[in-house]
Design a protein around this ligand. Sequence first.
Ligand SMILES: [Zn+2]
Ligand SMILES: [Zn+2]
Length: 573
Amino acid sequence: MYQLTNKEVSRILKELAKLMELKGENKFKVRAYYNASRQLINMSDNIQDLAREGKIRNIPGVGEGIARSIKEIMEKGYSPELEELKAELPGGLLEIIKIPGLGPKRAYQLFNELGVTNLEELKSALNTGKARKLKGFGVKTEENLKNKIEKYESFKNTYLLKEALGILDELKRYIKKCPGVSRVKMTGEARRKKELVNSLEILVASKEKESVLEYLRKLSFAKSIEEKEENGYLLTFEDDIRIKVFIVPPDMFCFYLFYLTGSKDHVQKMETIADDAGYQLTIKGLYKDSSKIKVKNEEEIYTTLGVSYIIPELRENRGEITAGFKNCLPDSINLRDIKGDLHIHSSYSDGGFSIREIIEAARKKGYEYLAITDHSRSLKVASGLSVDRLFKQIEEIDKLQEEYDDIIIFKGIEVDINKDGSLDYSDEVLSYLDFVIASVHTAFNMDRDKMTSRLIKAMENPHVNAIGHPRGRLLKRRDAYKIDMDRIIQVASETNTCLEINSSPDRLDIDDVLARKAKEVGVKLVINTDAHHLEELNNMSLGVAVARRGWLEREDVINTMNAEELQELLRRD
Ligand SMILES: [Zn+2]
Ligand SMILES: [Zn+2]
């Protein structure tokens, strides 16, 4: 048997999963390989022991097929399966499947029929009109793909906040186990919770820099480590993920943390404030008359300079330092303030879970209420509910409500806003519902005035409680539709309509800047996940991050109210 580590086997399984995906193998099989690969990294058992004792099947999620693959890998030191796939499929295809709209199936078709093996060849196949001749392609798909490639290339090293947090958390957990490391934190845009993160950064406190570097070099999934600046190293991973790691002595940690978190403008303003107060603030310490001031943590950097502590989400030089001086920073909303989720899809439309499963998950979260808001009838692609199905759902909710006395289930809908601003159900139908979200899901390419009037008309309907994902953008994929948001915010205030902060990782819509504008004129916000699967209920933290960046407090957000207060607010009489 070969002495392979968990990490090495994990890497092989991941590679296998990717190539199987590319070949268009069964989705469940592919996902199982990805899962097994992750399990191997996280588990404490040694794969060699398990293999020796014949206990590979004991690893959670490892079925017969994967167990056979692992056994073969352990016996031969490599995976013949993987080598075979590799010989069949060129590596450049792996990049191609990252382009939205180009799944593994299409990538394989391009490879098989046109010999496309990488992004450059794909671009040329599109530009010369060769691709449009393939079955299922055509001119429209060609145009579409060209745009998607352009977008893909411009966002190549940009991560959605959720992706960035996931990647950084994983590396953080790993570095924490390194002997001699006292603290590890992410910095930069990820720590400020910006919706898109361009630079992934981790800060490590240790007195033994060399041994930390040695530890990092042993990461089998890191391709290279280069020294880039004083204390700063660039780690390049498979998939071309790049993470900057800074390793500093513990007494410099809080200053590096402050500087690397940024934003640049915020840091500069704080330097000026230090200057004015007769201090000198640098990345290595705070000085007065050239002697170093003792500062225990980041908070004390602020308080020493007479400013209240400013949370990372606010550090954008948008007035927070002045507010910190006057001690009038917002009492920022927290995840624990959220008492329920008011935008959830069930298996009645395109969600993956039954209403009962959703209720159970919401109770586990400690929520006081939730709203089931499936799609309305005209949204056929998402199995929108006919009026009959809607009433059937209402009946089911009534029945379920009788069983649960610790959570309120609001009957809701995400009703489509038609082109002319009318809604997809009559007012009479809507009057049976507790919570109505109106959203645009079709005809995005209207001119600005028409789109603005369309939403205004929806807000003027007395049954509408909130506008869902108000700008319709998909981060990295689709721009917001053209709309006059100042006007929307004004009408929201006149009609008492909430604006949603949609927490889907690729929406985060409305954003921090608009949320703050809305708050300033007294418009209420609602932070929802728009979950279609139970695990997406956890995206609430992303919406809360947007709210924190937008200076929101508890009272600006309706789903921080307790159940009775919210029922009172939603009462229709
Ligand atoms: Zn929607
Ligand atoms: Zn939705």
